[in-house]
Design a protein around this ligand. Structure first.
Ligand SMILES: Cc1ncc(COP(=O)(O)O)c(C=O)c1O
Length: 479
């Protein structure tokens, strides 16, 4: 597909901005550019068609099912988007006097109160721009806490092998040494190994729960007890909160801090590390170390305060504010009962899909009830037919659904991880099931088709290694 620059035609344009009626200011010659900036010249309709065509080349949640485990793309209600478009939220400047931004501060305060109630935490920051950024911030809280008490020996963070991949990465970024511990035969944390791993050098544990196998750890209270007894703190990767919200609270399970992925649980777009939001909540004793500023309410007024021993800032101002507007709208529209219903549907949908697909695909730990997602192992199918997890995932594109997450978690070979989310109906789940049954048949009847899939997409199989190692990030126009 041609780029805008290649479509450009001298003289094509759209007058969107009225002629300037302010007296022209003449800059000194030395400040003037030597040549025109080379912007594409197109009419509005050409521009519109270009972007519509681009939009048709990708699969979004509005096009069909998107069972992408762990990364969770679910429908974002239009009302959330509408609220975030209100002028009072978009036209405000972060440096505006606080008395003029009371509505925005109220949003942050209300969102913090509700999310603290849902998670069982005492306070929260919205600065982190993504889940992994939240993990990093939470770990800095743990670090500050130990150093502040003069306990410099606590340098290790324990991370089970069923954790999300960002957990060990964030712990390393925050200056800790990662101690990996294996899962037991039920897919949970091996308590014996955990007990062996803890000691005076344990700063804490990071637990993804439900974990990347989609399982709620059966020994969660025992896990937090072991860590606390060793003097460490417990960090909860709360990205999968959509499986448990309104039912159990990490704070009540003994966790000291948590991050949330607003996109996974509270229906905001996934920011890909950028314009997302990974708020971090903590218990009262960690409050003093939170990033500054924190929103508080004093009488009828909303104010910004600097926590006493703050870690400083992990991002500018209050983070991605409009994402918080969307999340708050989502929480308020669901209400207390809706929050409970949403987590129930997330789990029900995943179990429905898992039970139906178990007849065709191997599901390790499939004898247990899963939470919001589950993992299939395609090693057997690959040995039998030569069709890999990647081939099935690519094949799903030809049937109009987005592929599940591939080759993750690493503890399952030839893994495909499916998360239908709570926003899919029974009919659309049946559609996904039909497609995966067809893919299973194809693997046995026409493996060659799947080895070369997809056949109906604009591109088929890009060289992924090349794309990761030598990405072409700069457009070079043809001379
Ligand atoms: C369990 C879990 N933790 C952490 C993350 C990282 O979040 P982000 O992609 O927003 O950095 C994800 C990804 O969505 C996740 O699924």
């Amino acid at each position: 597909m041609k780029l805008l620059f290649e479509r450009s035609k001298e003289g094509h344009h759209q007058d969107l901005i009225p002629a300037c009626d302010v007296e022209r200011y003449e800059f000194e010659e030395k400040y003037l550019r030597k040549q025109a900036p080379g912007l594409p010249q197109l009419s509005e309709v050409e521009l519109d068609r270009h972007y519509s065509a681009l939009g048709r080349q990708v699969h979004g949640v509005n096009d069909g099912p998107y069972p992408l485990g762990s990364c969770t793309m679910k429908y974002n209600p239009q009302i959330d988007e509408e609220m975030a478009r209100l002028e009072g939220f978009t036209a405000v400047h972060p440096l505006q006097p606080l008395k003029d931004a009371q509505g925005c501060l109220e949003v942050l305060y209300e969102a913090k109160k509700l999310l603290c109630e849902i998670t069982g935490m005492a306070d929260m920051t919205f600065q982190p721009a993504a889940g992994a950024h939240g993990e990093y911030t939470g770990l800095l809280l743990i670090r500050k806490y130990h150093l502040d008490r003069g306990d410099n020996a606590r340098t290790k963070i324990i991370v089970p092998d069923s954790a999300h991949g960002t957990n060990p990465a964030s712990a390393t970024m925050a200056g800790f040494e990662v101690v990996n511990i294996p899962s037991n035969d039920r897919g949970g944390v091996d308590l014996e190994k955990l007990q062996e791993a803890v000691g005076p050098d344990t700063a804490g544990l990071m637990l993804t729960n439900p974990n990347t196998l989609g399982l709620f750890d059966e020994n969660i209270l025992e896990i937090t007890r072991i860590i606390h007894e060793a003097g460490g703190l417990c960090y909860y990767d709360g990205a999968n909160m959509n499986a448990i919200m309104g039912r159990v609270r990490p704070g009540d399970m003994g966790f000291d801090c948590i991050h949330l992925n607003l996109h996974k649980t509270f229906a905001t777009p996934h920011g890909g590390g950028g314009p997302g939001s990974g708020p971090v909540g903590c218990k009262d004793f960690l409050r003093a170390y939170l990033p500054k500023p924190i929103v508080e309410k004093q009488g009828d007024e909303y104010i910004l305060v600097t926590p006493e021993k703050t870690m400083g800032q992990v991002r500018s101002f209050a983070g991605n504010f409009l994402v918080v507007v969307k999340a708050l709208t989502y929480i308020l529209t669901l209400g207390k009962e809706g929050i409970i219903e949403a987590s129930g549907n997330a789990v029900l949908n995943a179990n429905y899909l898992m039970e139906k697909l178990k007849k065709y695909y191997d599901v390790p730990y499939g004898d247990q009830r899963c939470m919001h997602e589950f993992v299939m192992c395609l090693q057997g199918i690959k040995n039998e037919t030569g069709v890999s997890a990647m081939d099935i995932a690519k094949g799903s594109l030809d049937f109009g659904i987005h592929p599940p997450t591939m080759y993750f978690p690493l503890i399952v070979h030839e893994a495909l991880m499916l998360e239908p989310t709570e926003t899919e109906s029974r009919e659309s789940l049946d559609e996904v099931i039909d497609i995966f049954v067809k893919l299973h048949q194809l693997a046995h009847q026409d493996p060659g088709y799947l080895n070369g899939a997809p056949h109906k997409c604009p591109i088929s199989r890009p060289d992924e290694v090349q794309a990761a190692r030598n990405p072409i990030l700069r457009y070079e126009p043809e001379e």
